[in-house]
Design a binder for this molecule. Structure first.
Ligand code: PLP
Length: 357
């Protein structure tokens, strides 16, 4: 099986082997050391300001999105949400549930949000901004510089869901004045799903500590407190945290986050050059290195997904809802090689010979 979805993704042999071992008891000095290192490397790779903190939530990316929303905003805030696809819309639903006043800004189909669009929201009474840097459902990477400028100008607390762009696209939390960055274990970190991370700037830590949260599991104050001794409030996904540790160390050893981003970019670029001669149209005008959304000029996108899976053992990522027949996505994250790209291209060529695309 070759997996080109956007998560869970292909896991390297070294990381897979850790998953096959017994899971250790975790209230130990040894596990605390692992967690200290995880936090240190996460802060480093996010390029977070000095004294930032990372908390590890056992739960998928959405758990971290919800925890972030609950712990930094409340009914006295008013946030602007980029509602450009299913993940952007998830922030809208979270603000509804937690009764946080919000407005939305909707980008043009396949495009980033623009400076001009944001300028309509200048000098209003907003206090925060929520965005998914790469709107994975559409494969659209937003222009974070434009967003960061807007937030600085209007003194907004910027929360960025980088779940699919972390380790794929350039990102500097400190320079961009991002207060909260969210990511998860099953995207470019290429570990099993189950753990999500929230990187908090010192300003965000202060805000979290001053806020009352009506939740036990999602109260980040206790996660921060326990993190001071390399622990979590409740039993975490210990095995996955060990896999995350090995993966973070691997990235560090191979030259760090910039090197990792360059690698993902090279896999994406290789695929995009090879797909040019095939009957597909790239539907995003602002691509992330994480994923390429494709519209087949002949045939149904969902049929292509099913055939690739059933007849070729290759998984691409189908789209949901109204796009399911029109668009599928090819991910470039996880343990993929140029040869894997060739195999997918060969499968497309074979389908072309069979008049299926
Ligand atoms: C994958 C992803 C999520 C999280 O989804 P989960 O299924 O909860 O892990 C959130 N936001 C973005 C942009 C994503 O790509």
């Amino acid at each position: 099986m070759i997996n080109f979805t956007v998560g869970p993704v292909m896991i390297s042999k070294e990381i897979l082997e850790i998953g096959g071992q017994q899971v250790p008891y975790f209230r130990t000095a040894e596990f605390s050391e692992v967690m200290f290192e995880n936090e240190k490397l996460m802060n480093k790779f996010a390029k977070a300001p000095t004294d930032s903190r990372t908390v590890f939530i056992t739960g998928s990316g959405t758990a971290a999105m919800e925890a972030a929303v609950m712990n930094v905003f409340d009914k006295y805030d008013k946030v602007l949400i980029v509602d450009g696809g299913s993940f952007g819309h998830r922030f809208v639903q979270l603000c509804e549930i937690h009764q946080i006043p919000y407005e939305i800004v909707v980008p043009e189909e396949g495009c980033s949000i623009t400076k001009k669009q944001l300028s309509n929201f200048d000098n209003k009474d907003f206090t925060g901004f929520l965005v998914n840097l790469d709107e994975t459902s559409k494969g659209v990477l937003y222009d974070i510089d434009v967003i960061s400028d807007f937030c600085r100008r209007n003194d907004l607390f910027l929360v960025v869901d980088s779940i699919s762009s972390f380790l794929c696209d350039e990102f500097d939390m400190d320079k961009l004045n991002v207060q909260v960055m969210i990511t998860g274990s099953q995207k470019a970190l290429a570990c099993p799903p189950g753990v999500s991370m929230i990187v908090l700037s010192p300003q965000a830590v202060e805000r979290v500590c001053s806020k009352k949260v009506e939740s036990m599991y999602f109260d980040l104050k206790s996660a921060l407190k326990n993190g001071e001794r390399g622990q979590t409030p409740f039993t975490p996904a210990v095995g996955i945290l060990l896999q995350i540790n090995a993966r973070l160390r691997q990235i560090e050893k191979n030259g760090g986050v910039d090197q990792e981003i360059m690698h993902t970019a090279s896999i994406a670029k290789d695929f995009r050059s090879k797909i040019e001669r095939l009957p597909f149209e790239i539907t995003s005008k602002s691509l992330s290195n994480a994923v390429t959304p494709l519209h087949p000029l002949n045939g149904s996108a969902y049929d292509i997904f099913k055939r690739l899976k059933n007849e070729y053992g290759i998984w691409v990522c189908p789209n949901g809802g109204e796009l399911s027949e029109k668009v599928f996505r090819v991910g470039h994250i996880g343990c993929l090689t140029f040869e894997d790209n060739d195999k997918l291209i060969e499968a497309f060529e074979d389908m072309q010979r069979r008049n299926l695309i």
